[in-house]
Design a protein around this ligand. Structure first.
Ligand code: GLA
Length: 398
């Protein structure tokens, strides 16, 4: 009898946590992560300044909420196996830092690894999953990025499930970000395990470069998202990696295109630049509210490539309220002028999700300019500068 009672209490608690966990990330998570700009050079003062800057720059108002410390915050384990944050770099400890981030109305995230060591050879969580999850919960962690270095012969699905169960058990709702680089097709198994999963190796701050170890520029990452759209939705997102916007390797137009396509992909929007030191051009990209609305649309459909005309691509993303985002992406080095038959597109586009558009009229709205261009039926030719996008919303004309 006692055992049955214990088992039912356990199941009720477990499913209550599962429910709390399942309600997170109903739209793609938005925040900032230290890795792309700072690598291992992380410390308490810088993280506090980044939280301050997220508020003062208008990023918080634009919807960004998580401040995530990536690799290198951890230095060892104590005699009881508890993970230790580097006391030189984080002298006040993680709980105090999480409290500070929370006091700004933001949320706090950390990084660990499913193997014995992280990618930078810091202690991983292998064998310490439940203990680490309890520690994170006690510090007030709201987001965990969980990497896949040094995993030996571990099975990916089982390893991530183990940490997910540990997080449930710890009882604090924590967004679980799977960082397994797409190597065992997490989109096929991670829907109930994590809220987002990386689909490729690491993004680089370039248009189309390719490193020998697999890191690549954002347009190459974009190409690898094709076909993954069916796996994404509220609470489960394909993650084409964090943003490089503002890190210096690309032009403003190239960053604008990068950001627009990440919004079309319903990708998590984790800024990866120094928020304390942004030019107006970069801030305007990262805080473009109407563009972000495409990303955060409650329908949660991932956009997909509808037409490929070589250097010119047309991407579609169905939105709630029978509206649709259209991104005309010029990948080439010359400006392009195209003729668009909007009426035909609206009536005939068999969008992947079989979501019908309505029979009335649509207005075309330029989302970067925040300006209505006129009735869709009347606009035919469109110019798109080299390596840039035109991001439009087909808005119902009421
Ligand atoms: C891997 C991940 C990166 C980053 C580093 C940290 O390469 O893919 O996003 O977390 O590890 O070492």
């Amino acid at each position: 009898m006692k055992r049955i009672l214990f088992l039912s209490v356990f199941l009720v608690c477990f499913s209550a946590y599962a429910q709390k966990f399942g309600q997170l990330a109903q739209t793609p998570p938005m925040g900032w992560n230290s890795w792309n700009k700072f690598g291992c050079d992380v410390n308490e003062q810088m993280i506090k300044e980044m939280a301050d800057a997220m508020v003062s720059s208008g990023m918080k108002d634009a919807g960004y909420e998580y401040i995530v410390i990536d690799d290198c915050w951890q230095i060892g384990r104590d005699s009881l196996g508890n993970i230790i944050a580097d006391p030189e770099r984080f002298p006040s400890g993680m709980k105090a830092l999480a409290d500070y981030v929370h006091s700004k109305g933001l949320k706090f995230g950390l990084y660990s690894d499913a193997g014995r060591y992280t990618c930078q050879a810091r202690p991983g969580s292998r064998g310490y999953e439940y203990q680490d999850a309890r520690t994170y919960a006690s510090w007030g962690v709201d987001y965990l990025k969980y990497d896949w270095c040094n995993h030996g012969k571990q099975n990916s699905e089982a390893s991530y499930k183990l940490m997910r169960d540990a997080l449930y058990k710890a009882g604090r709702p924590i967004v679980f970000s799977i960082c397994e680089w797409g190597s065992t097709k997490p989109w096929e198994w991670a829907g109930d395990i994590g809220h987002l999963w990386r689909t490729t190796y690491d993004i680089q701050d370039c248009w189309d470069c390719l490193n020998d170890w697999g890191g690549m520029g954002w347009t190459l990452i974009l190409d690898k998202q094709e076909g993954l759209e069916e796996y994404a939705g509220p609470g489960k997102w394909n993650d084409p990696d964090m943003l490089e916007v503002g890190n210096g390797g690309m032009t403003i137009k190239e960053y604008k295109a990068h950001f627009a396509l990440w919004c079309m992909l319903a990708a998590p929007l984790m800024a990866g630049n120094d928020l304390r030191d942004m030019s107006k051009g970069i801030r305007d990209i990262l805080t473009a509210k109407e563009v972000i609305t495409i990303n955060q649309d409650p329908l949660g459909k991932q956009g997909y490539k509808y037409k490929d005309h070589g250097d010119l691509e047309i991407w579609l993303k169905p939105l709630s309220n029978e509206e649709m985002a259209v991104c005309l992406f010029n990948r080439g080095d010359d400006p392009q002028n195209i003729i668009m038959h909007w009426t035909w597109l609206i009536k005939n586009c068999e969008n992947k999700y079989s979501i019908r558009l309505y029979d009335g009229n649509y207005i075309l709205r330029d989302l970067w300019k925040g300006k209505d261009l006129g009735a869709a039926s009347e606009i035919n030719t469109i110019d798109i500068p080299a390596r840039d996008v035109l991001l439009l919303r087909l808005k119902k004309d009421k």
